[in-house]
Unconditional design. Structure first.
Length: 206
């Protein structure tokens, strides 16, 4: 999967490590020496997301005083990771579909097509099939994104992984602070495994 250019859709609850998986796929791909661009689609206002992804021309809207390259152009030759893909508005879904089908787009306010070579990885904690049925997410775009689906289980579904994760995090953070922590008390570890971790791995890291 990593060595192909196919799209990957990573599914799972918030905090399950979807971005970590996306970065791992990029690092193992033939694009690993090029850019990895992350976009949180939920964090950008709907009226600005098209400009953020595809850029805009000078004068495209109030405040557009010069041409601005979008995230897709910045990721040319590399990988773009679209987190919270289910939050994309309809018009932007159409533009993204064109990129996946034809490998080109137009900047906001522009009329010239821009060719781009980008691998698209995406993630969501939403049920996109339900969104398709509800008419809020394009079916054709869903099929284009869902070539290689990866379902990330919640941490409460993989309690046996907690000792390994705790060991890794202890080693990681002890190196950052310059201290040696050799082990963790068994009772403490049991408390970790008895907790249901609603925030998943992100909560464990904290």
């Amino acid at each position: 999967m990593a060595v192909t250019d196919s799209t990957v859709l990573i599914l799972g609850e918030t905090g399950t490590g979807k971005e970590m998986i996306a970065r791992a796929i990029h690092r193992r791909s033939k694009r690993s020496n090029r850019a990895f661009i992350r976009v949180n689609c939920a964090a950008i206002p709907p009226n600005l997301i098209a400009s953020e992804l595809f850029g805009h021309e000078k004068g495209a809207f109030t405040g557009a005083t010069q041409r601005r390259l979008g995230r897709f152009e910045l990721a040319d030759g590399g990988t773009i990771f679209l987190d919270e893909i289910g939050e994309l508005p309809g018009e932007t879904q159409s533009a993204l579909l064109r990129v996946l089908q034809e490998r080109e787009f137009e900047r906001v306010g522009g009329s010239q097509s821009v060719a781009v070579d980008v691998r698209v990885l995406s993630a969501t904690n939403r049920d996109l099939r339900a969104a398709v049925e509800a008419g809020t997410f394009r079916q054709d775009l869903f099929y284009r994104l869902n070539v290689f689906p990866i379902d990330m289980p919640s941490l409460r579904e993989r309690m046996d992984d907690i000792p390994l994760l705790v060991e890794y995090l202890i080693d990681h953070y002890s190196k950052k602070v310059g201290k040696k922590i050799r082990n963790i008390d068994k009772k403490t570890l049991q408390l970790f495994q008895d907790y249901n971790w609603p925030g998943n791995i992100r909560e464990l890291q904290m």
